[in-house]
Write a protein that binds this ligand. Structure first.
Ligand code: OAD
Length: 254
């Protein structure tokens, strides 16, 4: 889809919208240097998901799983949020209601400055006690103890992330579907749109009448349902869209 000729119509829709939602995936952090899951350099090409990101793998070998997360934490800590993340920070102030729902666990939206981030798949900087379910925030890189243990009860800690075969947090999921159903515009940015239930959020938004705008260098299963699908990198496209939006907001006020 041609970017220049579609920027105007997209801006018109966005400036008339009350509720704007954005679902993000690993692609938004790709230009920061964080590996995505699928695609040519994706994490799942080198590691088999069922060997590492499952509750069974953790029970069998917590040290191995923690070593893998420690390695990923090291990569993320050495990266910075990119221009795509930064535009979404500005959108919290630009739109009357803006919701940011992410599948990412890297915390880069928050580091960029986004205040309200709904994390569907957890957060790599949080640990959860396997006995008491308490959450502990930990930013040590590398971790002091592998595998780490709960200071209160001594039980094993696990990464506070959703693994294959596990359910998402019910209230977070409910909130996400509620926001999707209520929005006028739903962005799908940097996600392969294949992992459920996250992939259903834009579809639910479309069913409730929202316009769907996709930003991804490659087509996805969502592409055919999207009103606009921009074949572009989010760190390049979002600043262009944002500049155009700000120009038009300014003109409206004059
Ligand atoms: P994927 O790795 O499946 O997809 C990343 C998407 O980003 C692909 O469609 C790429 O084409 C796109 N992409 C790459 N570079 C981009 C760029 N610069 N700008 C915009 N898009 C770009 O990642 P997710 O869709 O996030 O779940 O994966 C969903 C879930 O699968 C993850 O949250 C994770 C994984 O299993 C859990 O760990 C529970």
């Amino acid at each position: 889809m041609d970017i220049q000729s579609n920027l105007g119509p997209v801006c018109d829709i966005l400036l008339a919208a009350n509720n704007v939602c954005s679902l993000t995936g690993a692609g938004i952090s790709a230009e920061s240097g964080v590996p995505t899951f699928r695609g040519k350099d994706g994490l799942w090409k080198t590691y088999r998901a069922e060997q590492l990101a499952t509750p069974m793998a953790f029970i069998q070998d917590p040290r191995l799983i923690w070593e893998w997360y420690d390695w990923r934490r090291g990569i993320i800590a050495s990266k910075e949020p990119n221009d795509g993340h930064k535009v979404l920070v500005e959108w919290e102030a630009l739109f009357p209601n803006f919701a940011l729902i992410t599948q990412n666990i890297d915390g880069l939206h928050q580091r960029a400055g986004s205040k309200n981030v709904i994390e569907l798949h957890g957060n790599i900087w949080k640990q959860r006690c396997t006995s008491e379910n308490t959450l502990i925030e930990n930013h040590d890189v590398p971790l002091e103890e592998i595998p780490p243990h709960c200071e209160t009860c001594g039980a094993l800690l696990r990464p506070h992330v959703v693994w294959f075969g596990e359910s998402l947090d019910g209230s977070i999921l409910q909130q996400s579907f509620h926001l999707s159903a209520a929005c006028d515009v739903m962005f799908s940015i940097g996600t392969s749109a294949v992992v459920q239930p996250a992939a259903s959020l834009p579809l639910s938004a479309a069913e409730h009448g929202a316009k769907i705008i996709e930003v991804n260098p490659d087509p996805t299963p969502l592409t055919d349902f999207a009103d606009f699908s921009f074949r572009a990198k989010s760190g390049e496209f979002l600043p262009v869209l944002n500049d155009e939006l700000k120009k038009r907001t300014h003109q409206k006020k004059e």
